[in-house]
Write a protein that binds this ligand. Structure first.
Ligand code: EPZ
Length: 425
């Protein structure tokens, strides 16, 4: 397994170009299954999860071809296999996103039930309940979800709780259903909005985009004359690099990003004492002194995103004062706390709340990544720590951060990768 070696306590400054959003690109690539003509998707990040999704689509009969580093064409004209195998779903939970489009396009889907993961049980009951309400026959067979429907029938859905991929799956199922579907209590994350805009580009009839009530009038088919779509910038990657500036008392400008979709994070970084400037597609953060600790609760968009919780906790570890963080989305998203403590952090956990008393300095040490955003938090803490930190199992971070050591090196970090043996299955 690869490792990252970081020598910390260096001020980061410079410019970093933000990649396309992983959590928008994944549903958009899955939605390409709905199109009867080839579609082109631009600003796709070069990440392990993207490769996994394209392999999954190929197994379903959808060919894909890269035109350059970030543009891929998907041709789902002839789908010939409704099976999303365990091997794919096991390595990437987001494979569940092929369930809705496969069912809508082919009338059948056989998708391995995703298992749990480090941050929580992450059931998909709301996905299945919604598809059944749309008329699908859902059976569990040998660890697989077997869904069938001659043609889905639109209806009013009220989601018991906000679910991002649940909203995405049901939206993708509804666009080819007969009649009108209303999804209430829909997720409003910008990545859901990006998917909806892509579907409209393919000819879908969706209103209420960006709100928690999506109205979909089903159409007969989707595609068009080689439609092309550009994936939105990654707001979590943006927030991660801005936090790197805050935590190393540096100055970083993130480019090719979008300032309008990070308000809750920018507000907390400002509260920590950062000076923040922004333009149409850039955000710059300068931290002149030691950051002040911040407190927050994670919640669905537009509140503070759970995917930025671990990163702000890393900042709290070296901030002045006490920061109290409550995680309300996932039941086990404090795995990074145990590793941050190895760097000298003073954090106590009470239920779903972490109380962090900032230290003047962390000390480098060997640590282990447990999930995507926990790994980002360890990288950030290592950048601020005195001495050398070795982060193991960084295949987690390669799933969500494109060329992270290159981008950080260009910002002045002392970081390099040790190639290890293959990733464990
Ligand atoms: C998406 O996961 C993101 N992944 C996650 O990003 C993100 O943390 C999460 O949304 C919350 O914003 C992708 O978009 C690929 P949910 P998702 O369904 O859709 C419960 C990252 O780091 N729930 O919104 O799986 C669930 O257990 C990843 O990039 C049910 O109970 O999250 C959780 O407590 C991590 N039943 C809550 O809802 C369901 O059927 C929110 O989960 C579905 C969800």
């Amino acid at each position: 397994m690869d490792k990252l070696v970081i020598s910390g306590n260096r001020r980061l400054e410079g410019e970093v170009r933000i990649s396309g959003a992983k959590n928008a690109a994944l549903p958009i690539l899955a939605a390409a299954l709905l199109a009867q003509t080839p579609v082109a998707v631009d600003n796709v990040p070069e990440l392990h999860d993207i490769t996994t999704m394209l392999e999954l689509l190929r197994g379903l009969g959808a060919a894909s071809r890269w035109h350059n580093d970030t543009s891929v064409e998907i041709n789902a004209t002839h789908l010939n296999n409704p099976l999303a195998p365990y091997e794919s779903v096991r390595t990437m939970r987001a494979s569940i996103l092929v369930l809705g489009p496969l069912l809508a396009r082919c009338g059948e889907a056989l998708v391995s039930l995703p298992g749990g993961c480090a941050i929580g049980a992450r059931p998909v009951d709301l996905h299945l309940k919604g598809l059944a309400a749309l008329g699908a026959d859902i059976r569990m067979e040998g660890g697989y979800i077997h869904a069938r429907a001659r043609r889905l029938k639109g209806c009013r859905l009220v989601l018991d709780q906000v679910t991002v991929t649940g909203t995405e799956n049901l939206l993708m199922a509804a666009v080819l259903a007969q009649g009108k579907t209303v999804i209430e209590n829909a997720a409003r994350e910008p990545e859901v909005t990006d998917l909806a805009r892509f579907l409209v580009k393919l000819g879908a009839n969706i209103s209420g985009i960006g709100t928690d009530v999506l109205e979909i009038q089903g159409v007969e088919s989707l595609g068009g004359n080689r439609p092309r779509y550009t994936v939105m910038p990654d707001r979590i990657e943006t927030g991660t690099y801005l936090t790197a500036a805050a935590l190393t008392c540096g100055r970083i400008r993130t480019t090719r990003t979008c300032p309008q979709i990070l308000d809750a994070v920018l507000e907390k970084l400002h509260e920590a004492g950062a000076a923040i400037d922004s333009g149409p597609d850039w955000i710059e953060l300068t931290m002149s002194d030691r950051p002040r600790a911040v407190s927050f609760r994670t919640a669905p968009y537009p509140a503070f995103p759970t995917d930025m919780q671990a990163q702000l906790m890393a900042m709290n570890c070296i901030a002045e004062g006490v920061g109290i963080i409550t995680e309300t989305i996932f039941e086990n998203r404090f795995m990074h706390v145990l590793e941050l403590r190895r760097l000298g952090a003073d954090i106590t956990i009470e239920g779903h709340t972490a109380i962090c008393s900032g230290k003047n300095r962390l000390q480098g040490a060997p640590v282990m990544a447990t999930d995507l955003r926990a790994s980002a938090s360890l990288v950030l803490a290592a950048l601020a720590a005195e001495g050398e930190t070795v982060i193991d199992r960084i295949y987690h971070i390669d799933r969500g951060y494109e060329h992270i050591e290159d981008k950080l090196s260009r910002l002045g970090a002392t970081i390099h990768r040790i190639e290890g043996s293959s990733v464990p299955c």
